[in-house]
Design a binder for this molecule. Structure first.
Ligand code: 5GP
Ligand code: ZN
Length: 112
């Protein structure tokens, strides 16, 4: 837990979010500024800055998050989706609490 981390505050319930999933290790909620029809974030409850700060002790957690992506995407009505993990400032990361983006929603998904 990091004092001025926005996602830690969401994990603790200090900042509201549109939550779609929660267990002991992970929460998932809709992005506040969705860039596709469906855009949610998978966030570990543990504060880890980025994918680059993860080590072997996070292996199970990372696996769990990746496996949750298709499960939650299906629950959101998606038959296909895109995942993204921005890592570091140069990688486009803005919130320094590691997270996985999940994007979907047919024609709203940009081609890359
Ligand atoms: P990053 O660029 O770090 O990979 O993505 C951070 C994402 O978090 C952005 O898509 C941004 O819209 C989202 N975000 C930032 N603050 C909040 C918030 O307070 N609530 C929610 N639900 N999403 C947020
Ligand atoms: Zn945090």
């Amino acid at each position: 837990m990091s004092a001025d981390c926005i996602f830690c505050k969401i994990v603790q319930g200090d900042i509201p979010s549109k939550k779609i999933y929660e267990d002991d290790d992970v929460i998932a909620f809709h992005d506040i500024h969705p860039i596709t029809k469906v855009h949610f974030l998978l966030v570990p409850k543990l504060h880890v800055e980025s994918l680059a700060s993860c080590g072997s002790q996070h292996q199970a957690l990372l696996g769990k998050m990746l496996l949750l992506a298709p499960e939650l995407a299906k629950q959101q009505g998606l038959s296909g989706f895109r995942t993204m993990i921005n890592t570091g400032r140069e990688g486009g990361q803005e919130v320094f609490h590691m997270h996985v983006h999940v994007f979907g929603g047919g024609s709203t998904l940009p081609k890359t």
